[in-house]
Design a protein around this ligand. Structure first.
Ligand code: C2E
Ligand code: MG
Ligand code: MG
Length: 254
């Protein structure tokens, strides 16, 4: 029964991709020094004809079981690049969009997909960021390191997502050409003394490695104040803005 349900969802997702039912919502990222929006994370949603707006947790894991996630990823990258170009044309400046990339995409032509999307849209490579998780990095270190180096060569930056939640050790950080660490929301929201210590240590370590620190899941003023006091660079969370349709973020940027 489960297999059947999964296959049905896969087929519906292919139709949805082709039928234009997928959309990207954008969550602003704020710089703590300037209090300005420096970029946004693109988060995929599926406007399902019968089930309403589906969050990625309902369909990305299914897509990740097959090459379907590569099709999905290509669409996300193309759409994000179109949006970057749109911001540029509106004069909304040098802000970035970060896209989430699945592990499988790294061995299935990620660099080519990014290059093609940048070329087709005319978006600036420096404004595109690729987010990957620790487990993506650790499971496939050689391919991921080579791909991130290729992306860096064309000017695209990268970020480790959900930092601190994997079981991967820290060795991989030394061998990957990444630019940003995103501190997982569980550490930001817990705010126990040990969570706070981990946040402080991550900021210090990231800065020693020359990385930019983004804290995820900031919901309260207390969390915001703590992150400022720790010298965190950027924040993302409901306190500053929920993921929203592209036009709503354009209004905010204006
Ligand atoms: P993520 O990349 O870590 O994205 C952050 C998630 O935290 C988003 O959930 C966002 O809505 C949520 N969030 C942001 N601020 C807050 C906050 O203040 N409080 C709380 N409680 N949550 C907050 P979302 O949109 O449901 O996405 C979940 C995950 O799905 C993402 O985690 C990412 O791993 C994956 N995902 C999203 N879009 C894509 C995509 O286009 N491709 C792939 N492969 N994965 C995606
Ligand atoms: Mg992410
Ligand atoms: Mg995250």
């Amino acid at each position: 029964t489960q297999t059947h349900a999964r296959l049905r969802l896969e087929a519906a997702l292919i139709d949805g991709l082709e039928g234009g039912e997928l959309v990207l919502h954008y969550q602003p990222v704020f710089d703590l020094r300037t209090n300005r929006i420096v970029g946004a994370e693109a988060l995929v949603r599926w406007e399902h004809p019968e089930r309403g707006l589906l969050m990625p947790g309902h369909f990305v894991p299914v897509a990740e079981r097959s090459d379907l996630v590569v099709l999905l990823g290509e669409w996300v990258i193309e759409e994000a690049c179109r949006q970057l170009r749109h911001w540029h044309d509106l004069g909304l400046g040098d802000r970035y969009i970060a896209v989430n990339v699945s592990a499988r995409h790294f061995s299935h032509g990620l660099t080519e997909a990014v290059t093609a999307a940048l070329r087709a849209s005319g978006a600036a490579p420096r404004n595109l960021v690729v987010e990957l998780t620790e487990s993506t990095a650790a499971d496939n270190l050689e391919i991921v390191a080579a791909t991130l180096a290729e992306l860096r060569d064309i000017g695209v930056r990268s970020a480790i997502d959900d930092f601190g939640t994997g079981y991967s050790g820290l060795r991989y950080l030394a061998s990957l050409p990444v630019d940003t660490l995103k501190i997982d929301k569980s550490f930001v929201q817990g705010m126990t003394p040990s969570d706070a210590a981990i946040v402080a240590a991550t900021v210090a370590m990231g800065h020693s490695l020359g990385l930019t620190l983004v804290a995820e899941g900031v919901e309260t003023h207390e969390q915001h104040r703590f992150l400022v006091s720790q010298g965190c660079d950027r924040v993302q969370g409901y306190l500053f803005g929920r993921p929203m349709p592209a036009d709503d973020l354009v209004d905010r940027l204006r």
